[in-house]
Design a protein around this ligand. Sequence first.
Ligand code: SF4
Ligand code: SF4
Length: 195
Amino acid sequence: MSEAKVCGTCTLCCELLVIKELDKPENRVCEHQNKAEGGCRIYGRHPASCQSFRCHWLTYPAFDDSWKPDACHFLIMQPTPQVLVACVDTEHPDAWRAEPYYSQLKQWSEATLTARGAVLVYVGADVWAIFPEEDLLLQDKPEGALVEAGYIREGDLRRPAAMLKTADGDVRTVTGGLYRELQPGEPAGQTQDSL
Ligand code: SF4
Ligand code: SF4
């Protein structure tokens, strides 16, 4: 039986994620983080949201150690069943573009074609919405803003779109190229001709 995974010296979620109980915003190192030795200075008394959080590397046996967040410099989480998010260490902003990570993100993004999911990459205030055909960038995401990704259907054509909604009700949308719909059995993504 394989050994259970443990966080060890990784503390990336303590840097990247919002901790509501501590009023800690995203992308700010938690004051309780023990970077030198790994772990948490208030372990045992740490907030419930910290205690319950488990990134995908920790949860899924299929992720080998090359996906450990302090090795690949991003963590993967699933805030809702349909959305997969890669939160990237801002000191390594292009880590998600390395292989095999980028190809895997692209493969996961094929769920967007059938509206079964979305893949987002957060790098500080930049959010990339990943599609099989291209990646769309939403810049300067305010704290707490929601991001959605999907397709705008235009007859037998489709256009990737990413939308950012702020708590104030502001909406920003970026769109990509126009692609013809897949034929049955046709591979997704890069094989499609952009019109
Ligand atoms: S990012 Fe994952 S492995 Fe790293 S400390 Fe958080 S839960 Fe543990
Ligand atoms: S309280 Fe501890 S576990 Fe929670 S974010 Fe801070 S350092 Fe990490």
